[in-house]
Design a binder for this molecule. Structure first.
Ligand code: ATP
Length: 882
């Protein structure tokens, strides 16, 4: 059936539905039959493929080559295969870790997408229900309003000036005016998709008005489904830090491979025996030194640690109501300098109550306000449901004996010009008992008043005079100064139904009725959040469609401004050039009576000043400003689909304080990742230096498998745990981080170098002691005891040093928090180290010898030294302020 060629009644019949929608039971049955309303996802990469992908890393290839060579040598020399087994074990573990961390990150993002999953408003069992768009079935009646993404294909059954943008399907970005009527084909047999004005299609967006449609196609049975046969799985983009780290890793790999090649070549040259033959043992040992160096220099576990910490951070944020949609946002959040926030619902509770009227006849005002609203009274609770401003008006009328249901019976609505934030008003036209028509308009007083030609005075419409206008403006100001949101009601009488319901046609020559003032209490948690922002060097800015006086009163209450001169209106903004605005932007913290396009100007100007700017938005026209902000923030409760789809982060509770806690979380995650990076890199450097000096002197301090074990196994647990560290107490007392700063900023390069050098010294001393105990000489030759002790010291230093890393500058003895993950990780690493050294066959595989108690005590004692040494270093650093 071509639904667009039939009347909607026929389509409803065909779909076995009615204007009241389906019953819950019927819908459940259909869901079984038709499946979920979603597009097929692209093929997932199979597990074995992911595993192989992990092996395609130059570092891993070097290791596999090393294993093969060791294997071949062991075969010919009749030695044990321990090295081969250990190297392959580490390679496999590394690949498994890689697959696991990727899956974990994907799962975290998928879980968030689930939380932020699109919802639809459908009639089930005759009641308006919000459900996941995935659960829609053919026959469902869905309600659509400005800002909604159309969740499925459907035939329109009711339409109030609904305009839909269908660019995704037709490429045409001009919104299409929709209708519920049967199409007039003008002699043609069929019409292209773009002309099917009585249909709505999945993937398009309602940009104006509202309507209802009966679903005719879901999932792959939609026009969208036909185009996008399978939706490719979009790969999560990497964060700036991950990109920088990848670059660092690549650089290290190239450097190391180069150096190793040189060492190997020199070794080969030297191994050329005097008899012209090649000394196989020498070649092998040179090769192993080259491999050791490669293993030592490359932080194998780093990428995994960073990704895991980021994905755990993202999950933590979602628990605190900040749903991250783009992983990159986590980092940018930590750099936020400006937060531009909507007022209503984000800074305030969006729980409005009418507390004041100013009208010649309050009954008429209340009737007008209630009728000119889309909110209705829920028969079960007796409370209004709908948009909060309108609920306040409907509740107010109800309280004063004018229930909306009764009013609607008396004055049925025959047409409307829906609300939009550009006009800041809406109008409805109603039929009266005597067959005449009456129009009610409500909206922002300044806007409505411009269109009033008369005013109700003493029950009669009298021409508008300057005097009356001045007195209305005065009442408006009095209410606004008390932080009330003021709406104005007006009316217009028609002898017959208007020819059309275009706003321009309806909204003129109105008769002013009166003003309603409502309170919208501020959210209690916002005030402290604003104090916190200031401490953290972040500037909060209020942007609102509301009146300037209301905005100023609320901004003062919240501590955003201290003086009305810091507020500016959209109209004033229009008078200023972009250049001038950029000059003056620091002056303003409150923008009132703005339109969505002003928000783009505000973001652009701040960004031009080099400030990292977050911007909230909910309405259909807010998408451009959310997109252009560094952090676009969507609203989970009141936000439209359009804004949520382009946002970097969605607030599940629409709350300003949540943005601030997300910033804190962003700072914490970044700081922790840096700690983990510093910890791992210092360890790598220590290994490189130790091998470098040992090779220079002419002995083997540690073998590749030892380094692999430390880098990939013992180091990773404490590094991950450092990523879980709680915020340091002053984290929101520091200024925002400069997003351009590199990985080694803030003296981290020096720290890595210095700490690496200290660890090298401790490990070398440990080796020398071991060598002495074994051989009784102070020569520098190969020594099993020495290697065993060096390994023990290095492993233990790492375990103790992870404690130091809890704070980059603060003493660990003054930290008030505990990181139980770290304690557990230290324990795990300790157990693993003991296993490697103490379990005989494992120790043999690693070429370790049993060492005596003295040696143990010395190796451990040297390792513990890292704590007092670092305390002294940090003390000096604090003193020097570096
Ligand atoms: P924010 O502070 O988040 O910008 P806002 O509600 O003030 O929210 P808009 O929704 O753009 O911003 O509304 C702008 C103005 O339009 C309001 O100040 C009010 O005067 C008027 N208005 C809001 N809702 C309605 C409505 N449902 N009907 C008529 N007028 C409305």
């Amino acid at each position: 059936m071509k639904e667009y060629l039939s009347s909607y009644e026929e389509v409803l019949r065909e779909q076995g539905s009615s204007p009241e929608g389906l019953s819950g039971r019927e819908a459940a049955e259909r869901l079984e039959r038709f499946g979920r309303n979603k597009l097929k996802e692209g093929e997932k990469t199979p597990l074995w493929r992911r595993f192989l992908d992990e092996l395609a890393d130059p570092m891993i290839i070097i290791l596999i080559v090393a294993a093969v060579i060791s294997g071949v040598t062991a075969f010919y020399e009749g030695e044990s295969y321990a090295d081969v087994i250990i190297i392959m074990f580490v390679v496999v573990i590394n690949a498994v870790l890689g697959v696991v961390q990727e899956s974990k990150a994907e799962a975290a993002i998928a879980a968030l997408q689930e939380i932020a999953a699109a919802t639809s408003k459908a009639l089930r069992d005759g009641k308006l229900t919000t459900l996941k768009s995935e659960e829609l079935v053919p026959g469902d009646v869905v309600l659509l309003e400005a800002g909604d993404s159309v969740p499925a294909d459907g035939r329109i059954i009711e339409c109030a000036s609904m305009k839909i943008e269908e660019a995704a399907l037709t490429g045409e970005s001009v919104p299409v005016n929709k209708t519920a009527d049967v199409l007039n084909l003008g002699g043609e047999k069929d019409v292209p998709l773009g002309d099917r004005k009585n249909m709505v299609y999945m993937g398009s967006t309602v940009v104006y008005g509202r309507g209802a449609a009966v679903v005719t196609g879901t999932g792959m049975n939609t026009e969208m489904g036909k185009i996008a046969d399978a939706l490719a799985n979009a790969k999560e983009e990497e964060t700036p830090l991950q990109i920088k780290l990848n670059q660092l890793s690549k650089f290290l790999t190239v450097l190391v491979v180069g150096i190793c090649a040189v060492i190997f070549a020199v070794g080969l040259f030297r191994a050329n025996g005097s008899d012209g033959g090649i000394n196989g043992d020498a070649v092998l040992s040179t090769f192993m030194v080259a491999v050791s160096l490669a293993v030592a220099a490359i932080p194998e576990g780093l990428a995994a640690v960073v990704t895991i910490v980021l994905s755990i951070g993202v999950t933590n944020m979602s628990r605190r109501n900040a749903i991250i949609r783009k992983l990159t946002a986590v980092e940018t959040l930590g750099c936020t300098q400006i937060i531009c926030s909507d007022k209503t619902g984000t800074l305030t509770q969006n729980k409005m109550t009418v507390v004041e009227h100013s009208a010649d006849d309050e009954k008429i005002l209340e009737t007008a306000m209630a009728l000119c609203s889309d909110a209705s009274i829920d028969p079960d609770t007796g409370e209004a449901v709908g948009e909060p401003t309108e609920c306040a008006l409907v509740n107010d009328a109800n309280k004063n004996g004018l229930p909306k249901t009764k009013l609607m019976e008396e004055y049925p609505r025959i047409g409307e010009a829906p609300f939009d934030s550009m006009r800041k008003m809406m109008s409805t036209v109603h039929k009266t008992k005597d067959g005449r028509m009456i129009q009610f308009t409500k909206g922002a007083p300044d806007e409505v008043l411009k269109r009033c030609a008369s005013a109700l005075v003493g029950g009669k419409a009298v021409p508008m005079t300057d005097e009356i206008r001045a007195s209305i403006i005065k009442s408006n100001k009095e209410m606004a100064d008390k932080a009330l949101r003021v709406l104005c009601g007006a009316m217009r009488e028609w002898d017959k139904a208007p020819d059309n319901f275009e706003p321009d046609y309806l909204e003129r020559e109105l008769t002013y009725i009166g003003l309603s003032g409502m309170i919208d209490p501020v959210r209690p948690e916002v005030k402290p959040a604003i104090v916190e922002c200031r401490g953290a060097g972040i500037r909060p800015i209020m942007i609102t469609g509301d009146h300037k006086d209301t905005a100023v009163a609320i901004a003062k209450e919240l501590g955003i401004i201290s003086d009305a001169s810091q507020a500016i209106t959209g109209a004033q903004l229009n008078e200023i050039s972009d250049g001038q605005f950029k000059e003056d932007i620091e002056k303003y913290s409150v923008y009132a009576r703005v339109q969505p396009e002003h928000k783009v100007r505000i973001v652009t100007a701040w960004k031009a000043k080099g400030k990292i700017t977050a911007m909230t938005g909910d309405g259909v026209n807010d998408a451009p400003s959310i997109k252009s902000a560094d952090i676009g923030v969507g609203m989970g409760i009141t936000g439209t689909d359009v804004t949520k789809n382009v946002a970097d982060m969605v607030l599940a509770d629409d709350n300003f304080a949540t943005i601030v806690s997300a910033v804190e979380e962003g700072r914490r995650i970044y700081a922790n990742i840096r700690k983990a990076i510093q910890f791992l890199l210092a360890s790598n450097l220590a290994e490189v230096l130790a091998i470098f000096f040992a090779t220079l002197i002419g002995f083997t301090i540690l073998e590749p498998v030892h380094l692999l074990w430390i880098n990939l196994i013992t180091d990773c647990f404490p590094a991950l745990a450092l990523g879980m560290e709680k915020s340091e107490p002053d984290i929101m007392k520091r200024p925002p981080r400069d997003p351009r700063e590199g990985i080694f900023a803030g003296g981290m390069g020096f720290d890595v170098f210095f700490q690496g050098a200290i660890v090298t010294a401790l490990v070398m001393v440990s080796y020398i002691v071991g060598h002495y105990v074994e051989s009784g000489t102070w020569e520098f030759t190969n020594s099993h005891d020495g290697t065993t002790m060096a390994f023990l010291t290095l492993s233990m230093v790492e375990i103790f040093h992870s404690l130091n890393m809890r704070s980059r500058r603060g003493s660990i003895f003054t930290l008030k928090t505990h990181n139980v993950f770290l304690y557990a990780a230290m324990l795990v690493s300790l157990v693993l180290t003991t296993v490697v050294i103490e379990v005989p066959f494992v120790a043999a595989a690693f070429n370790f010898t049993p060492i005596d108690l003295h040696e143990y005590a010395i190796a451990l004692g040297l390792a513990v030294l890292i704590i007092p040494i670092m305390e002294i270093v940090k003390f000096v650093q604090r003193r020097l302020g570096v």
